[in-house]
Write a protein that binds this ligand. Structure first.
Ligand SMILES: *[C@@H]1O[C@H](CO)[C@@H](O)[C@H](O)[C@H]1NC(C)=O
Ligand SMILES: *[C@@H]1O[C@H](CO)[C@@H](O)[C@H](O)[C@H]1NC(C)=O
Ligand SMILES: *[C@@H]1O[C@H](CO)[C@@H](O)[C@H](O)[C@H]1NC(C)=O
Ligand SMILES: *[C@@H]1O[C@H](CO)[C@@H](O)[C@H](O)[C@H]1NC(C)=O
Ligand SMILES: *[C@@H]1O[C@H](CO)[C@@H](O)[C@H](O)[C@H]1NC(C)=O
Length: 397
């Protein structure tokens, strides 16, 4: 039932986010494009601005080489037949984004602890990272709570620890129970962080924070013990706020807290921007699906919706936190929103273990392997920029 509940929660209200873009021809860029491109200094390259180009090498792992792909994302096991969606790579306009290399990654993170903090899409990201790292070393599972929301894995040979810490809102939120039933509406405390993840902060060297999906519903906002208003509601005598307002408050609180954290190490914090859903022909609960087999082109996506506004807000908040940068803390953005807006073809659709949600399509999470693996290309590139100088950078073959 857990699975059902999470997915139900996540997908609720995604009807707002349907892409109506018409489908035209396939992007024409191919690999010859790459050789003709000069490589400017990495620091000046905006990784998020680019497009998907053909890469016939396909994915680095399969559902045979990676035994930890969850049933809900093992699309090939559940009948997905097309494989073309694996044959693209993200090409930033002004540089190259190198392919994830587990050896280089381990060189950067040896002896360190990395935590992914967020909802089930953050979990999807970790799962992709584990499959890519398993090409070199299979991790040991060292902690798992009863609900499988909090987990830790350790790679003994590389002395690297990965955690996933589940949090809906990053701040405290309690669901309103109405007539004994979950109402899907929460009381959010914009000034109180969720200790489920903050208590682990001192252990971390890298924190990868994300959270957007759970904000897209009817919530009551509290500040300093007072209810100040609500989002997605129109109730008399209650002030209406936008999702941007609530999420900005939360992100700012999180980043300030990290900046001020005295028990923390010289933490590197990455904020991963929102991952779009792609329901078409309906919403998640009215028969919506996502059965495309190729990416959108830039002309087919919209940079006007709420997802893009939230992404812009997150970029601004990271800039703000970087200016403060107390006690050696570093901040960067893992800016995947635009790349993922272009990947309606990367979701499970009907190809997942839907035993708790018979017949529903998943257009929120991502197939594995699939375009979500590119998030780890982004991650490796960003870590290389922000890795402490003292870390040995011997690049293995
Ligand atoms: C790749 O692109 C180049 C230049 O646009 C073109 O000449 C070539 O035919 C393309 N190759 C393939 C395999 O599409
Ligand atoms: C991997 O996918 C194939 C279909 O491509 C499927 O037949 C097989 O059962 C899957 N294996 C595992 C271990 O999931
Ligand atoms: C693993 O990393 C931790 C933290 O940096 C360090 O204290 C420990 O000595 C390392 N263990 C080994 C076996 O290298
Ligand atoms: C913290 O984790 C516990 C155990 O999973 C859970 O019951 C609680 O709701 C979580 N707190 C928040 C604010 O989500
Ligand atoms: C994709 O879904 C649409 C709407 O449900 C359907 O009309 C179409 O035939 C599907 N395409 C494929 C390739 O299955």
């Amino acid at each position: 039932m857990k699975c059902f509940y999470y997915l139900l929660g996540l997908t609720f209200l995604f009807s707002f986010l349907i892409l109506y873009s018409p489908w035209t021809s396939e992007p024409t860029n191919n690999l010859t494009f790459r050789q003709s491109f000069p490589l400017p200094k990495e620091d000046f390259c905006d990784l998020s601005s680019g497009h998907w180009v053909r890469d016939l090498r396909g994915s680095q792992y399969t559902n045979e080489s990676c035994s930890s792909i969850p049933e809900t994302k093992n699309c090939f096991k559940y009948g997905r037949k097309d494989t073309d969606f694996l044959k693209w790579r993200w090409k930033p306009d002004n540089c190259e984004l190198p392919r994830f290399d587990p050896r280089i990654f381990f060189d950067i993170v040896k002896g360190k602890t990395m935590a992914f903090i967020g909802d089930s899409v953050a979990r999807n990201h970790v799962e992709s990272l584990l499959c890519l790292l398993s090409l070199v070393e299979v991790p040991l599972s060292t902690y798992r709570d009863d609900d499988d929301r909090f987990r830790t894995w350790h790679f003994p040979e590389n002395n690297f620890t990965v955690m996933v810490l589940w949090t809906r809102f990053l701040v405290m939120g309690e669901e309103r129970i109405i007539n004994g039933k979950n109402s899907d509406s929460f009381d959010l405390h914009l000034d109180k962080l969720d200790k489920n993840w903050t208590s682990k902060l001192p252990e971390m060297d890298y924190a990868i924070i994300s959270d957007v999906h759970w904000f897209y519903r009817r919530h009551f906002l509290h500040d300093n013990e007072n209810m100040i208003g609500c989002i997605y509601c129109s109730e008399p005598n209650i002030k209406s706020y936008t999702v941007e307002f609530a999420l900005e408050r939360v992100i700012r609180l999180v980043l300030n807290y990290i900046n001020e954290c005295k028990e923390c190490k010289s933490l590197v914090t990455l904020l991963r921007t929102g991952s779009p859903a792609h329901f078409e022909n309906g919403a998640w609960n009215t028969g919506g699906n996502c059965n495309r087999t190729s990416p959108f082109q830039e002309s087919e996506i919209s940079l006007e919706g709420i997802e893009w506004r939230l992404r812009n807000m997150q970029v601004d908040e990271i800039k703000r936190a970087s200016k403060v940068k107390k006690k050696g803390k570093r901040f960067a953005i893992l800016d995947v929103t635009k790349a993922m807006l272009m990947r309606p073809d990367g979701h499970p659709d009907s190809h997942w273990d839907d035993k708790w949600m018979k017949g529903y399509k998943d257009c929120v999470h991502w197939c594995m392997p699939g375009p979500i693996d590119a998030w780890n290309d982004f991650l490796m590139a960003v870590l290389k920029r922000y890795a402490p100088i003292s870390i040995p950078r011997k690049i293995s073959e």
